[in-house]
Design a binder for this molecule. Structure first.
Ligand SMILES: [Zn+2]
Length: 157
């Protein structure tokens, strides 16, 4: 059996209301800023991953050794023993200075401190009466600045 003429597909006719709406509503493009988050993920390139920066000169034996016979720069009132024989290089007890877990802060982020002040700053000895932790840190930061001046005078920074 053969068909003489091919089958024809006729489009479905939209209902009159739908047809009228199509003619009224112009095509609206959604600005990128208003697109959904999922669409934005497809549109915007991912930012490059930040490289983990390493600090090559964390340690300075010259700075640590320079603490020998230095006077204390922290000078916590009622605590400081002002004994240069006990002075050590005190590292900042703060993550902002590069301290992380057992890793000490950078050597540059430190100060000359006697053993008594050092113990209070690191929490091995109690703070003096009326002292807050912030006041101890403030004394330490003054010591840090005094120490930076000393390091500069010695030509170590
Ligand atoms: Zn001291």
């Amino acid at each position: 059996m053969k068909r003489g003429a091919p089958l024809r597909r006729t489009p479905f006719k939209a209902k009159a209301a739908v047809q009228a709406k199509r003619e009224r509503a112009p095509l609206v493009l959604v600005p990128r800023a208003e697109a959904s988050r999922a669409v934005m993920a497809l549109v915007l390139p991912k930012p490059a991953a930040k490289p983990v920066l390493k600090t090559p000169d964390r340690k300075s034996q010259a700075i640590r050794d320079s603490a020998r016979d230095e006077e204390c720069t922290v000078r916590i009132t009622g605590v400081c023993n002002h004994d240069p024989k006990t002075t050590v290089w005190s590292h900042a007890p703060l993550g902002a200075a590069g301290k992380a877990g057992a890793l000490k802060a950078l050597d540059l982020c430190g100060c000359y401190s006697c053993a008594a002040c050092h113990d209070v700053v690191d929490g091995r000895a109690p703070r003096p009466a009326g002292y807050t932790h912030e006041q101890v840190l403030l004394d330490w930061f003054f010591g840090h600045l005094r120490s930076l001046v000393r390091l500069k005078q010695k030509g170590l920074v």
